[in-house]
Design a protein around this ligand. Structure first.
Ligand code: C2E
Ligand code: CA
Ligand code: CA
Length: 514
């Protein structure tokens, strides 16, 4: 069936006939083979035509010239030979189909991750002047969930078609549910070209769909052909770009790789530090601006490495948040700070508050509220003496959850302070819905007060109108203090009064400023 039969192999004086259609063979040969294929059986005549049945539509036949007719036993042996050869052919076909499945994406029928890894093993492709890009569709999972998988599949088709059309000089693969890979000449694969591809809508369903993508690019110049390394670099720059510049495309740089390794190193060290108690708390006094007395302390985490270096929390807290270590670390901080407050109260300092920083990751833990309650009970300190500091930058989709959480915490008696107020993106409207008891004006606004005090002024009156207390962070000069007092700010914290102190120095401090 289909195209006419062709010669796929030949030897001897038939050697030149490879690829020729059957009818170009010498007439007797042609006729015998045709009959053999039609009858689907071997023919033992002047010449010998062996028939090999296969699973596929068309059979295979072989022609042999004979010097003399074959004996019957030889004929039987040849029949057996043919059927075992047939089984072999079927295996070959099966293998090539499996091969195809291994290297093909089932939805789009284009190369998949396995194929990409093969390409990346090929020095012809991984060479100077070539670029690998991985293109990750933004929010694809959400689209799939809300508009359905059929729609999602169509959208992938449309993206594929656009890539196919505009990136014709490149190899294209789909290497994840919503990730494509492109490999080709560097002038064809640039951040500008990739971003441009997603600047217009995709024709899917009733109305065109807008979709952005984030891409990571690796220039393959002078690299050894190690496919998984190259892919790792591409994923690294993709991840980094997703975090900070969603919807755009960036090249991998050795510096980026270096930073990633550095973060890994620090993360490992942090886990060890936590186990070896190189982590401890210091306490920065908070001053009541009406009478100059200490109203409480803020617990600040410190890490002194084995080598004696101090590693600032701004460096390791984000890492701990990303890795989940912040959960355990956060409970450690809560326990330590409560224990410190308990000891201060034992010394008769009964009106002090303890402010404790709590990260968003901790707040989202299912049993955070229960744990919190248990910790204050075990520490024998009143919840009213504890103030949790949270940063205002809250993702909008989490907002309802956050408000509910904070209400539960508030109901237990804890105070809630909005930290670094003014630097996040929460609007004033959002603030109204947060059950906060305090606003902490970020120190950048205290710093600029000598030239412009409008923000400090605004935050103080806003907070007061919502019945919140106001704390100024990073008070460093007497002028700032004076100004804040004039504006009616309740509390000040900063190097003008004291840096964070070790616990052993707190009673001495309180003797002078209690
Ligand atoms: P933050 O909560 O805004 O803490 C205030 C930071 O300002 C502290 O830095 C403090 O040492 C510093 N500071 C205090 N007074 C002054 C001043 O007069 N001038 C200047 N320039 N800085 C001042 P630190 O201790 O390095 O903490 C940095 C950040 O790390 C904190 O910012 C907080 O976001 C985070 N952090 C610290 N401890 C913890 C913790 O236990 N848990 C969590 N989740 N985050 C923490
Ligand atoms: Ca704080
Ligand atoms: Ca702060």
């Amino acid at each position: 069936s289909g195209a006419p039969a062709r010669v796929i192999a030949a030897a001897g004086h038939f050697g030149h006939l490879v690829n020729e259609p059957l009818h170009n063979l010498p007439a007797p040969v042609h006729q015998l083979l045709s009959r053999c294929l039609q009858q689907r059986s071997s023919l033992f005549e002047q010449g010998l035509a062996l028939y090999f049945p296969t699973d596929s539509q068309r059979g295979l036949a072989a022609y042999l010239e004979l010097q003399r007719p074959l004996q019957e036993t030889d004929q039987h042996l040849l029949q057996v030979f043919c059927s075992s050869m047939s089984a072999g052919f079927d295996n070959v076909m099966l293998y090539s189909r499996m091969n195809e499945q291994t290297y093909t994406d089932p939805l789009l029928r284009i190369p998949n991750m396995n194929q990409l890894l093969e390409w990346l093993r090929d020095p012809q492709l991984v060479r100077d002047g070539h670029t690998l890009a991985i293109v990750d569709l933004d929010d694809f999972a959400a689209i799939n969930d809300t508009l359905g998988h059929t729609f999602g599949d169509e959208l992938l088709q449309a993206v594929y078609q656009r890539l196919q059309e505009h990136m014709s000089g490149c190899l294209l693969a789909r290497i994840g549910s919503d990730i494509f890979a492109l490999l080709g000449p560097e002038e064809h694969i640039t951040p500008e070209i990739l971003t441009e591809l997603f600047s217009s809508a995709f024709p899917v369903g009733q109305q065109p769909v807008r979709l952005s993508a984030t891409s990571g690019l690796v220039q393959l110049n002078g690299r050894c052909a190690n496919g998984s390394e190259i892919l790792k670099d591409a994923h690294l720059v993709l991840k980094q770009t997703k975090l900070t510049q969603r919807g755009s495309a960036n090249y991998f740089s050795p510096k980026l790789g270096q930073q990633a390794r550095e973060r890994m190193r620090l993360m490992t060290a942090l886990r060890e530090a936590f186990n070896q108690t190189q982590l401890f708390l210091m306490y920065q006094p908070k001053i009541d601006l009406r009478n100059g007395k200490t109203s409480g302390f803020e617990a600040l985490l410190r890490w002194r490495s084995n080598e004696g270096d101090m590693i600032p929390p701004d460096r390791f807290i984000p890492l701990a948040e990303k890795s989940g270590l912040i959960i355990a670390l956060g409970y450690f901080v809560l326990r330590q700070a409560c224990a410190c407050l308990f000891r201060l109260r034992q010394q008769g300092h009964n009106n002090l508050t303890m402010a404790i920083n709590v990260s968003q990751v901790q707040l989202r833990e299912t049993d955070f509220v229960e744990q919190l309650q248990q910790i204050v009970q075990e520490s024998q300190v009143p919840a009213e003496a504890i103030e949790l500091e949270i940063t205002e930058s809250v993702a909008a989709e989490d907002f309802n959850f956050l408000v509910q959480r904070l209400n539960e915490i508030r109901a237990l008696g804890f105070g809630i302070a909005i930290d670094d107020f003014g630097t996040g993106f929460s609007s004033l409207g959002v603030l109204r819905h947060l059950p906060a008891t305090r606003l902490k004006i970020d120190r950048v606004f205290i710093n600029e007060m000598h030239s412009d005090d409008s923000i400090a002024r605004m935050v103080i009156s806003l907070g007061h109108s919502l019945a919140m207390q106001i704390t100024a962070e990073g008070v460093e000069t007497a002028e700032q203090q004076q100004k804040l007092q004039q504006l009616g700010c309740d509390e000040g914290q900063g190097w003008l009064y004291a840096p964070a102190l070790a616990e052993k120095d707190l009673s001495g401090w309180l003797q002078q400023h209690g």
